[in-house]
Design a protein around this ligand. Structure first.
Ligand code: ATP
Ligand code: MG
Length: 202
């Protein structure tokens, strides 16, 4: 049983909270697309990007996806996309993980080719959302020129939102992004010896 004093102070606290939220809503008057960066070492970056993609598709928004690192295993979100949302433009980098190929020139050519698709999407005002999955690695390993990437992001159509994922995001990318979330690795089942699972990990 909560006594009257506690109820009153709870109501007052909620009222103050509402005032802060209302002031925030009042302040947020701009309407434009954003750059959303999801980085950090924890699990949940790509799945978050695809969660937002499915949220956008719910409103009939148009979208494009470029994946900059392609594993040998097709991931569930891409299988679902091909089956249920074939209208989404999709391109995957035509090489395996960099630590498998160990061929910088081949990786560089694949990165350039994937980036050309990204450039096309970033110039298309019909696309409400562009997902650049694992783009950060292309910058970390210097496969793509940082300034060229920043420029393409800056010059995109004003209403277009871009989601960039990957670990070790460059500070310049953090600076440019409007929303940045860092997912922290607290623990991961794989490190405890549990196999990666279809539908959860890929
Ligand atoms: P997800 O695609 O599950 O959202 P992610 O995009 O955050 O993961 P990536 O670095 O792209 O993470 O790696 C993808 C794969 O690596 C997934 O199978 C994921 O479960 C696994 N993974 C992600 N973070 C970790 C971690 N901290 N330790 C071990 N495995 C991880
Ligand atoms: Mg990922």
């Amino acid at each position: 049983m909560i006594d009257e004093d506690k109820k009153r102070s709870h109501n007052e606290r909620m009222q103050r909270k509402k005032a802060v939220v209302d002031a925030g809503i009042e302040r947020a008057q701009q309407e434009r697309g954003i750059v959303l960066l999801i980085t950090g070492n924890g699990k949940g970056k790509s799945t978050s990007a695809f969660g937002t993609l499915y949220r956008a598709l719910g409103y009939g928004h148009r979208a494009g996806v470029v994946q900059f690192i392609k594993g040998t295993q097709a991931s569930g979100e891409i299988i679902f996309l091909h089956q249920h949302a074939p209208q989404v433009q999709y391109h995957a980098m035509a090489t395996g993980f960099t630590w498998n190929t160990q061929d910088w020139d081949k990786d560089k050519a694949a990165a350039d080719e994937a980036w050309a698709h990204a450039v096309r999407m970033l110039a298309d005002p019909a696309l409400n959302l562009v997902v650049l999955d694992e783009l950060t690695y292309m910058l970390k390993y210097n496969y793509l020129d940082l300034q060229a990437v920043l420029e393409a992001l800056r010059n995109r159509p004003p209403m277009q939102t871009v989601i960039v994922t990957g670990r070790a995001a460059k500070p310049e990318l953090v600076e440019l992004a409007d929303t940045v979330s860092e997912i922290r690795d607290i623990k991961h089942a794989f490190k405890a010896g549990i196999k990666a699972q279809a539908g959860i990990d890929y």
